[in-house]
Design a protein around this ligand. Structure first.
Ligand code: HPA
Length: 272
């Protein structure tokens, strides 16, 4: 463990009490989960040694500990994106710190554009695999053979199955697809979206993939869900903007909250 991670771990452990096995990273539009957190202890990233602070409006930037549906968990409200400072390793310390704190499973969420007409804005989609279109990798420069991480089952198949069951049981709508990471911050071009479709992508976004790679490197079990905020570039006349991302995210909030309450309580009752 690096000194940075040790310091962050000690700092957080002294403040959050009992160990948490589950952590959820909240992307754009998933803030409702933070509101649902009971016995919440909130620690701003700015206070945690080594934690990066996001500059994106709507990404709060705090680690929260508490309970949802009686289940203990950590929430990372906000994340730093590659496009903010050009650092693909921006989330390395937070993710390694979760592992050091005893977290076993991390669920990443994000806002994404949909390439599929049958997956409209407002819907939720399980990420079953990814394509790293950025060409970047957060493990470049990492030491040792551990850096050659196997990503064959990066999106844990057992956790994916639990998500499908949780969606069914809670009557939440859950699509699934392959997420393609573009660095952003500009949106994609229509030609890039046509290329992405040919390559087998269903969703596009500007986050998550570096964290998935870091989390698998750290030995965490990974799941990921996108909240669809728009059809991808060129599919509709409407202009793409962050404001629209936030507006549409709100329309899908009820469905995704239902889904997350169900999976949180299921993972607590029957740990993987
Ligand atoms: N592209 C990239 N990132 C996004 C999109 C998109 O269409 N929508 C929300 N985040």
């Amino acid at each position: 463990m690096t000194e940075k991670v040790q310091k962050a771990t000690d700092f957080i452990r002294a403040r959050i009490g009992e160990q948490k096995r589950l952590a959820i990273v909240l992307g754009s539009g998933l803030g409702g989960l933070a509101d649902a957190l009971q016995d919440a202890i909130t620690i701003p990233y700015a206070d945690i040694p080594g934690f990066p602070v996001s500059g994106v409006a709507s990404h709060a930037g705090a680690l929260m500990a508490g309970h949802i549906e009686g289940a203990p968990l950590l929430l990372l409200a906000g994340r730093v994106h590659y496009y903010e400072g050009g650092d693909a390793q921006a989330m390395a310390v937070p993710i390694q710190t979760l592992k050091a704190l005893g977290v076993e499973t991390i669920i990443l969420t994000n806002a994404a554009g949909s390439l599929r007409k049958d997956v409209p804005p407002g819907s939720a989609s399980l990420i079953t695999d990814h394509i790293n279109f950025s060409g970047l990798n957060p493990l470049i420069g990492a030491p040792g053979n551990e850096r050659f991480v196997d990503l064959s089952d990066a999106y844990d198949p057992a956790l994916c199955a639990r998500f499908r069951a949780a969606a069914k049981n809670s009557e939440a709508e859950l699509h699934e697809g392959v997420y393609v990471w573009f660095s952003g911050p500009s949106f994609e071009t229509p030609a890039e979206i046509r290329a992405t479709r040919v390559l087998g992508g269903d969703l596009v976004g500007m986050s998550t993939v570096p964290e998935v790679i870091l989390a698998r490197h750290a030995g965490l079990r990974v799941g990921a869900v996108s909240l669809i905020t728009n059809y991808a570039a060129g599919m509709e006349a409407e202009e793409l903007s962050h404001a629209m991302t936030m507006k549409v995210a709100a329309t899908g909030a009820d469905n995704i909250m239902k889904l997350f309450k169900a999976i949180i309580s299921d993972l607590n009752a029957n740990p993987l």
